[in-house]
Ligand binder design. Structure first.
Ligand code: GAL
Length: 430
């Protein structure tokens, strides 16, 4: 079962590549829906509290309030990038039979975990009512379905394998070309180190796993990376040893870990650090005006490229919203899902969030600068699924990888990391 699912994840390539306008509104903005039983409060659980993150949520919340005057949006977001802290609390709440009305979950293996645990209600009725099967790529729907039942509403597509950099710092350090391969990256990191700046900014533990997935993709290549989630996985061989040694080398240029991804990205924006490898939510943070973002100038204050060795591959992830079984305000949750599914909601949310819409019929004129690059690459690149952001591994497997990387950050023992990763894959039960 695990092998079949993972093969499907790895094979998302063709079907996900079609992000062309397909016409038709296919279920526009949500219309007013009053909460059942007079419930007004709609508890929306996410981890979008920080600068950059919260801007997108706010834009969607405004549409929700406009369309649902009788309902009250209750922001139950739990701080902490990538949602590790939020998901720990969510697990407790779900196990205690105390779900929020709707929660954020990553399309792919992470969502499949909630589905298997019987914690979600299928939302096929919404897909039928709003004709959503026509507007989301079929292979994305496959990631959130089990046996024909669909369990969430994807609101975006994010890219994980992005290298953000400060062009001024690179120039000062004598790095003339943006590094395209891991060896070129290491040379550039070394020049920055010699110039006295932080070569690579990192944040809390999860950001190291985020870095690891980009280094694995760049070092192993897309096919071998995608094979890690199939019956042909090779966690113990020499290619993985080399990839983990690459990780060790790259990580040796990291500065002191910042509290989360925003302060790490800020070191780049402020010219203290040269590079950070982070998902494209960083774009929202760099670019959004100062009340939420840093208001920095693209291409001058910050710039981007695929993380080294990964040009031509889009390592994707997708945020989606769910309908938990036993949601106290089910009607309110459905009203939220309608906004999340709508073209209006997605086109308000994504330009602020630094993501592109999951819908195929977005208003492409809204996606400029970095986001235009993302739209183009999503429509033409090979695909790979993110580890840290729940596409290829479920939460238990991701936690085991996080622990192994946390230990590695202390002891730098490649052999121990490799055997822990191989063990985690063997025990994943996915
Ligand atoms: C990801 C999530 C993104 C963004 C990021 C940083 O897991 O999918 O939407 O929030 O974490 O917090």
């Amino acid at each position: 079962m695990r092998r079949r699912l993972m093969a499907a994840v790895a094979a998302t390539v063709a079907g996900l590549l079609t992000l062309t306008a397909c016409g038709g509104d296919g279920g526009g903005a949500a219309q007013g829906t009053q909460g059942g039983g007079g419930e007004k409060k709609v508890e929306v659980f996410s981890w979008w509290t920080g600068p950059g993150e919260a801007d997108g949520l706010k834009a969607m919340r405004e549409i929700f309030q406009k369309n649902n005057a009788g309902l009250e949006f209750f922001d139950a977001a739990v701080a902490g990038g990538s949602g590790d802290k939020a998901r720990a609390l969510l697990t407790t709440k779900l196990q205690a039979g105390d779900p929020p009305d709707t929660f954020q979950g990553h399309a792919g293996a992470e969502l499949q975990g909630y589905i298997k645990a019987g914690q979600l209600e299928p939302v096929n009725f919404l897909y039928d009512e709003l004709k959503l099967k026509e507007v989301f790529p079929q292979q994305l729907i496959d990631q959130i379905s089990v046996r024909g039942d669909i369990y969430s509403v994807p609101v975006n597509i994010h890219r994980s394998n992005v290298m953000w950099f400060n062009p001024g710092v690179l120039k000062e350090a004598g790095v003339a070309e943006v590094p395209k391969t891991i060896p070129e990256f290491v040379t550039a990191l070394d020049k920055v180190k010699k110039a006295g700046k932080v070569p690579l900014a990192i944040g809390s533990e999860w950001t190291m796993v985020h870095l690891l997935e980009s280094v694995l993709l760049g070092s192993l290549g897309t096919d071998a990376y995608n094979a890690l989630w199939t019956a042909n996985a090779d966690w113990s061989g020499p290619a993985m040893t080399k990839a983990l040694n690459d990780f060790k080398t790259v990580l040796s240029y990291a500065g002191d870990p910042a509290d989360d991804w925003q302060p790490a990205a800020k070191q780049v924006a402020d010219g203290q650090a040269a590079f950070t490898v982070m998902g494209d939510w960083a774009y929202g943070y760099f670019h959004n005006p100062p009340d939420g973002g840093l208001g920095k100038k693209s291409k001058t204050d910050f710039d981007w490229a695929p993380s080294p060795g990964t040009a031509g591959t889009f390592m994707w992830l997708s945020d989606s919203f769910t309908l938990p079984k036993g949601a106290p305000n089910r009607d309110g949750a459905v009203a939220w899902l309608k906004v999340a599914a709508s073209k209006e909601g997605q086109d308000a949310f994504n330009p602020k969030k630094g993501s592109i819409p999951a819908r195929k019929d977005a208003d492409t004129s809204l996606y400029t600068d970095y986001l235009a690059d993302a739209l183009k690459d999503w429509g033409s690149n090979k695909l790979a699924g993110s580890i840290q952001h729940g596409v290829v591994v479920n939460d238990a497997w991701r936690t085991a990888i996080n622990e192994a990387v946390g230990l590695f950050h202390e002891d730098k023992d490649v052999a121990a990391l490799q055997s822990s990763l191989a063990e985690a894959a063997k025990n994943s039960g996915q």
